[in-house]
Design a binder for this molecule. Structure first.
Ligand code: KIV
Ligand code: NA
Length: 275
């Protein structure tokens, strides 16, 4: 059984945690091979792989399907799965039912919940039930309708104070790690210093204990505009685009398939059959 203690140890040893999102078998396999410390089956799947314009339409079924694929691709990697929109905001028995499915059917090792307030109760109760929980503060994309867009959080004194308090509350509730999304780097550093659980930043500067990026953003796959905080390491869309264009051209010119791609019968079989 995979355990979360490794990540706390990494923080203590000041060893950075490398995390990315994964949604399917090949991506998970590549991530594991590259030495990723943990994978997030993010509800960002809704935007980058399913074409929704937010994470709001993503369902438990979607998350189970993608978690299963990631598990098959990365058998030796710790996998965190997002609980999707409004699946942990009603009764705790509903939250527990969803959590159970994501873990038992999907194969997640841990779950991620966005936000503060009453969410901390769920973090505490899930943790006491044996479910490791990753908290997520700052920009919480499931609340885009309330936040009024994808904007930096925690810039004002009040906001920064609230974020610091929430971070402490997440740790107290038993979260094993905390994602900080789109917060000023100075605040992210302060939170990281104050907490004993690791912080994983996205758009939070270099002082967090780990970093997470969305797979499609970091490899430049099907994304046209990436946020300022993303570093695009490659542009696979260009390579894929070139390949697809060549294929279409080859088919239209009848240069594909060539002799090398075709099967042959024995010399006399056709004669024997049809004269
Ligand atoms: O869904 C996601 O990709 C995330 C990360 C940005 C942390 O929640
Ligand atoms: Na998410």
């Amino acid at each position: 059984m995979k355990s979360t203690t490794l990540f706390k140890e990494m923080k203590e040893l000041n060893e950075p945690i490398a995390m990315m999102t994964a949604y399917d078998f090949p991506g998970a396999k590549l991530a594991e091979t590259s030495g990723m410390d943990l994978l997030l089956v993010g509800d960002s799947v809704g935007m980058v792989a399913l074409g929704y314009d937010s994470t709001v339409p993503v369902t438990i079924e979607d998350m189970i399907l993608h978690t299963k694929a990631v598990r098959r691709g990365a058998r030796d990697t710790f996998i965190v799965t997002d609980m999707p929109f409004l699946t942990y905001h009603g009764s705790f028995s509903e939250t527990l039912a969803g959590a159970k499915r994501l873990i038992q059917e999907g194969g997640a090792h841990a779950l991620k919940l966005e936000g503060g307030g009453f969410i901390f109760d769920s973090i505490e109760r899930l943790t006491h039930s044996g479910v490791p929980v990753m908290a997520h503060l700052g920009l919480t994309p499931q609340s885009v309708g309330v936040l009024g867009g994808y904007k930096i959080q925690g810039k004002s004194v009040e906001e920064a104070k609230k974020l610091m308090d929430d971070a402490k509350a997440a740790e107290k509730a038993g979260a094993f790690a905390l994602v900080l999304e789109c917060v000023p780097q100075q605040l992210a550093k302060h939170i990281t210093d104050e907490l004993s659980i690791p912080t994983i930043g996205i758009g939070a500067g270099s002082h967090t204990d780990g970093q997470v990026l969305v797979y499609h953003d970091l490899i430049g796959y099907g994304v046209h505009r990436v946020p300022k905080f993303v570093k695009q390491y490659v542009k696979v869309s260009d390579i894929i685009g070139e390949g697809l264009l060549s294929y279409v051209n080859d088919v239209k010119n009848r240069t594909f398939p060539g002799e090398a791609h075709a099967f042959n019968m024995k010399n006399d079989t056709m004669t024997e059959l049809y004269g």
